[in-house]
Design a protein around this ligand. Structure first.
Ligand code: GTP
Ligand code: MG
Length: 194
């Protein structure tokens, strides 16, 4: 029997991994920018399973893969991880291979809850890839929000990674997603919590 070798990510110079809680928009972000057909492992959920995201019909059970290209021709492989903890074996495998990580966080659950959730995720990232280029994307901020509303996230991130940018972003908007990919790769690599 002939076996085909895996081609995912082979031709790309950089790998950016999207991580964050269930339903925050990792698959949505990847689909917004990928210039190749997205490989996804989303499966249908029952309404009861949708939980905190009642309109969501699918969830990622493996990982998503897409690609995007900078103007200078540099290609970036994009990996979307599952948000549910029961699939954390996928985090174990893919996080260590990341050139950059974008952490997507809900911004509509109050700053204290958002910050606590961000810290839990940074801890999960640090356990798998201690030295990392990182950017945090806060979603679903109220219309007319002011940048200072992100200061609690920045302050909490400081002891973990002194130079990781924290930006507001909508994963449905390609321009926002491209910006996050670019800043994650441009941020200095730091020892998380070091
Ligand atoms: N209203 C609103 N909806 C959003 C926003 N960002 C994302 N969504 C929606 O939230 C849902 C996110 O779903 P997914 O992209 O599957 O989320 P995910 O993070 O990949 O989820 P898992 O893989 O299951 O962890 C989609 O229906 C998006 O359209 C936002 O800023 N505002
Ligand atoms: Mg997903």
């Amino acid at each position: 029997m002939r076996r085909s070798s895996a081609l995912v990510g082979d031709a790309v110079a950089n790998r950016v991994t999207f991580v964050g809680p269930y339903g925050v928009g990792k698959t949505t972000a990847l689909r917004a920018v990928s210039d190749i057909p997205v490989l996804d492992t989303d499966v249908m959920m029952t309404r009861e399973r949708a939980g905190s995201a009642p309109d969501k019909t699918h969830t990622t059970v493996g990982f998503d893969y897409g690609e995007w290209q900078f103007d200078d021709g540099t290609r970036v492989g994009l990996f979307g991880l599952p948000g549910q903890e029961r699939f954390e074996a996928v985090w174990d495998n893919l996080l260590p291979q990341s050139s950059g990580v974008v952490l997507w966080i809900y911004g509509d659950r109050g700053a204290a809850a958002g910050v606590a959730e961000m810290c839990r995720w940074v801890e999960a990232i640090a356990a798998r890839v201690p030295v990392v280029r990182l950017a945090v994307a806060v979603t679903r901020l109220p219309a007319g929000f002011a940048d200072y509303m992100l200061d609690p996230y920045r302050a909490a991130l400081l002891p973990w990674h002194p130079l990781a940018p924290v930006l507001s972003a909508d994963p449905r908007l390609a321009a926002d997603v491209r910006r996050l990919i670019a800043v994650s790769l441009a941020s200095p690599a730091a020892l998380l919590g070091g």
